[in-house]
Design a protein around this ligand. Structure first.
Ligand SMILES: [Zn+2]
Length: 319
C-alpha cells in the first residue's frame, strides 16, 4: 500500500506518527484499512510465509519506537490486519522484550478498534486438554519488568478491569468457533509470567491456588494498553502443553519445551494452529456484521468529561 512506509516517513521522536489512511476532516480518505486486527503469538510468523493473500504494510514509527510490521490479510469475506508479536521471521523477540506499547500504539494509529490476540499458553488445569481453544475471561498479572502503561505522566489510567476482555469480541469468538465446530472452552483464567524462562513446579502450584487455568507470557501488558486507548481486545488461546508439574514429563534436551509435550500432543496443537485462518475469517465477517455492544470505547470517558483529556487520543500520552 503506497501510504505505508517501512519505518520511514514518520517523525522519529514523539511525533503523532505516520500519515495514515485514517479519516481526516476535509480530506477524502484513500482506501480505508480494516478496524479489526489480530496479534499473533509464537507460531504466527508461519502465516506470513504461507500462500495467504496478504500485503506488507510495514513497521510504524511510534513515540515508543518501531512496531512490528503490520500486514493486511485478504480473505473471501473481507480483510483484516495482522501483526506477529514475536517477529515476522520466527521467535526473534521473546515475550518480556516485545515492544507492546509500540505495537498497540501503531494499531490504534492506523484506525484499529478491535484486536484479537492469538497465543499458545500452557495449561495449569488438567481440564484443558492440549490443542483446545480457550476464550480467556480473566487475568492475573505476574510480570515484573515491563512498561505497562502509556500514561507515565499526566495522572491518567485509573481504569476498571472488570471485564478485562471485551465481552462483545468474546461473544463473537464464541459464535465463530461454534459455527466452525471447534472444541473450545468459553472461559479461562490466564496468568501472565515475566519469562523468558518457563515456570518452576512450585510457581505452578501457587498459580493453581490462585485459580489460574492457563499460564503464558504475552497478554500483559497488551490487554491493558489496548484498554488505555479504548480498543476492544479479546484473547483466543490454544493450549500448547501442560505446565510444569501438572503431570510427569521427562526432561528431554533438544526438543520443544524439553519434553513437556508428546508427539501426539504436538500434532493436536498443529491441527488447531492450521485452523487459525478459518477462525480469523469468521471473525472478520462477524466484526463487520455485528455492531459493537460494549463500553470499551468509553474507558477514558471520565477523564474526557472532566476536561482532563480531549478527543485526540495522541495527546493523552505525555512524554
Ligand atoms: Zn469492546
Amino acid at each position: 500500500m503506497k501510504n505505508s512506509r517501512k519505518g520511514g516517513g514518520a517523525r522519529s521522536r514523539g511525533g503523532p506518527a505516520n500519515p495514515t489512511t485514517e479519516e481526516r476532516p476535509g480530506r477524502k480518505k484513500t482506501k480505508a484499512l480494516p478496524k479489526f486486527a489480530v496479534i499473533g503469538g509464537s507460531q504466527a510468523f508461519r502465516f506470513l510465509a504461507d500462500g495467504t493473500r496478504k500485503q506488507r504494510l510495514g513497521e510504524r514509527e511510534t513515540p515508543f519506537g518501531k512496531s512490528q510490521p503490520v500486514y493486511l490479510f485478504d480473505s473471501p469475506v473481507g480483510s483484516y490486519l495482522f501483526m506477529s508479536r514475536h517477529g515476522e521471521k520466527g521467535y526473534s523477540v521473546a515475550a518480556p522484550f516485545v515492544n507492546y506499547r509500540a505495537n498497540i500504539y501503531a494499531l490504534k494509529d492506523i484506525g484499529v478498534r478491535q484486536i484479537i490476540s492469538w497465543s499458545g499458553p500452557g495449561a495449569i488445569s488438567a481440564h484443558f486438554k492440549i490443542g483446545r481453544l480457550v476464550i480467556v475471561d480473566d487475568l492475573i498479572d505476574e510480570t515484573r519488568h515491563r512498561p505497562s502503561t502509556f500514561y507515565e505522566h499526566g495522572g491518567l489510567g485509573f481504569i476498571r478491569q472488570n471485564p478485562v476482555f471485551c465481552p462483545h469480541l468474546r461473544s463473537l469468538l464464541k459464535q465463530a468457533l461454534e459455527a466452525l465446530g471447534m472444541d473450545f472452552a468459553a472461559k479461562g483464567v490466564y496468568v501472565c509470567t515475566e519469562g523468558p524462562r518457563l515456570e518452576t513446579p512450585a510457581e505452578i502450584r501457587k498459580f493453581s491456588l490462585y485459580g489460574a487455568d492457563l499460564v503464558g507470557m504475552t497478554l500483559v501488558p497488551e490487554v491493558f494498553l489496548a484498554r488505555e486507548l479504548e480498543m476492544c481486545y479479546a484473547a483466543l488461546c490454544y493450549v500448547t502443553n501442560y505446565a510444569e508439574g501438572i503431570r510427569p514429563a521427562e526432561f528431554r534436551p533438544g526438543v520443544l519445551f524439553e519434553g513437556l509435550a508428546t508427539e501426539e500432543e504436538r500434532q493436536s496443537v498443529e491441527a488447531t494452529i492450521q485452523s487459525f485462518p478459518q477462525m480469523m475469517e469468521a471473525m472478520t465477517a462477524l466484526t463487520e456484521a455485528k455492531p459493537s455492544e460494549c463500553a470499551c470505547e468509553k474507558l477514558m470517558q471520565r477523564y474526557r468529561d472532566r476536561g482532563d483529556v480531549g478527543n485526540d487520543w495522541r495527546e493523552w500520552i505525555k512524554h
